[in-house]
Structure formats: C-alpha cells, structure tokens
Design a protein around this ligand. Structure first.
Ligand code: SF4
Length: 281
C-alpha cells in the first residue's frame, strides 16, 4: 500500500479503477431506475386521463377506432333509427349526377372522381350531346374529349378510361351497360363505387355506395371501424336492409353536406345526436 499526502493508505491503481467502475455502474443503475419510475407514472397518468375522458367528444377530432360496444341487434336497431330520421329529414334525397340513361350515369360517375357533382353537371350536357352513345365515345378523339372534360380534373386519365370503357362495352356488351356488378367492375376504370352508383340509380338494383361522406359518417356513428371502402360496404350490408342500400348513400351525402360537415360537424343541430357516439352535445 502506498501512503497518501495526509498519511492515509491508498488502494493500488487497479483496485481504484475497479472501485470507480463500480460506482459508475451503481449511478447508472439508479438513473435507469428513476427514469423507469417516471415513465411508469406518466403512463399511469395517461391511462387515468383516457379512462375518465368523456366518451362523446370525438366529433371533428379524430375518427373512432372501434365500434361502439353494442350487440348486433342493438346496432341494427340504432341503424334503423338513423335511417328513419334521415329519411324524414331528406325525403327528396337522390343521385345528384344529371343523366338520362345508364351510359350517361356511368360516364358522369367516372367524371365525378375528385370532382364535385355540380361541376360534372356543368360539363355533361355538351358532352352527351357530342357523344350520344357508346360507339361515339369509343371512337372519340382523345385530345378533343380531354378538352371537353378538362375542368373536372385528372382529365388525361378520365378521358382514357372513358374511351377504353366504351370500347369494352361495344366489344362485350353490344354497346349497352351491363346490369350486374361483376361485369361492371370488369370494365376499365370502373370500381365497386361506380358500379354500385350505376346499379342502384340506373337499374334500380340495390347498390351500397361508399364515398368520402359515407366513410366519414359511418365511422363517426360507429357503424364501422374500417377505412377501406370495400370493408365498410361489407359492414354496412350487415346492418342496413338490402332495399335501403341505394338510398343510404344519398341520405349520408345530404347529411354530410348540410349538418355533419367535415371537421366541424354541427352536432347541436343534428337529429342523430342521441344515437351517435361521436356527438359533441
Ligand atoms: S351527432 Fe350528427 S353532426 Fe355530430 S358527429 Fe354525429 S352525425 Fe355528425
């Protein structure tokens, strides 16, 4: 042992290094323990805040992530109430795309992607006068068609889809729009939404259309917890009677435009506030 200045005995160098190392480890362990305790406390605080938060305060903030806890029978009953009230409120609700036949509705629905129905209705009278049937659309000059539909946006893709779709109609369906889902979705550029619009509004065959309004309202009302339109369609099919499928979209679209407006739903004026889990009143 070496002697220190004050006469105390000092541990040899390797022993000192070990002692310092141990002290550092002890300090580090204490710091980790403290951090864990703080983290746990924070987590507990958040859980308590979540549990005590009022359930009806999600409107306009973020979409609910799960269904309202209720039995399938209770959900069907609530859905029936929702439909009944909306039917009373919007007895005139119908497809707002101007059309006189299935082909015109098919074309108008293609044009309505990422565009308002009002804008589509400004374009279609001249369009349908210039191209009166599937053959006319199939033989259309791409540039000319693009110019006619330019104001609806995405006009390159829409024009290409319209011409391809019209050619397929000529080739496989004698120039007529088929009245079944499978054949409709097999046409170029036609998805389930467009197919259901055509089935429900041009042929009177129930079709459940899931657009942005239906997606938003169905989630706010806890009728589904899905974001994918096909899954939402399946969920709604379970709780909406078949004969009401077509009208459901009309009603939700009206309500979504007038009362349950995106980002600022007017729950205080809503006839559904007592049957909607997201109601802010
Ligand atoms: S109460 Fe009405 S306005 Fe409010 S979120 Fe529900 S459906 Fe929308």
């Amino acid at each position: 042992m070496k002697k220190t200045i004050r006469g105390r005995k000092r541990a040899p160098a390797p022993k000192r290094a070990t002692a310092v190392k141990r002290a550092t480890e002890v300090k580090r362990a204490a710091a980790v323990k403290r951090a864990t305790v703080v983290k746990r406390a924070k987590r507990a605080k958040t859980a308590v805040a979540k549990a005590s938060a009022p359930r009806r305060a999600t409107a306009g903030k973020r979409a609910p992530e799960r269904r309202w806890a209720e039995s399938p029978a209770a959900l069907r009953h609530r859905m029936a109430t929702i439909l009944e009230r909306l039917e009373q409120l919007y007895p005139q609700a119908k497809c707002s795309l101007g059309h006189e036949n299935p082909l015109q509705l098919l074309i108008a629905t293609i044009l309505s992607a990422q565009c308002t129905d009002a804008r589509v209705n400004m374009v279609t009278p001249a369009l349908f006068a210039r191209y009166p049937d599937a053959r006319a659309f199939a033989e259309a000059d791409l540039g000319e068609l693009e110019e006619m539909i330019r104001s609806t946006g995405f006009y390159h893709n829409k024009a290409r889809n319209i011409i391809a779709c019209a050619r397929e109609l000529l080739l496989r369906h004698g120039g007529q729009v088929p009245a079944d889902l499978e054949s409709l979705v097999a046409l170029p550029g036609i998805g389930r939404k467009t197919a259901n619009v055509v089935l429900g509004n041009a042929f009177g065959i129930p079709g459940l259309v899931v657009d942005t309004h239906v997606t938003r309202l169905a989630n706010l009302m806890f009728l589904t917890a899905q974001k994918d339109p096909n899954k939402i369609e399946t969920d709604l099919m379970e709780v909406v009677p078949r004969e009401k499928w077509t009208n459901l979209a009309h009603l939700f679209i009206e309500h979504g435009r007038r009362v349950c407006v995106a980002r600022r739903p007017r729950c205080g004026d809503c006839v559904l506030h007592d049957v909607c889990p997201s109601s802010a009143v």
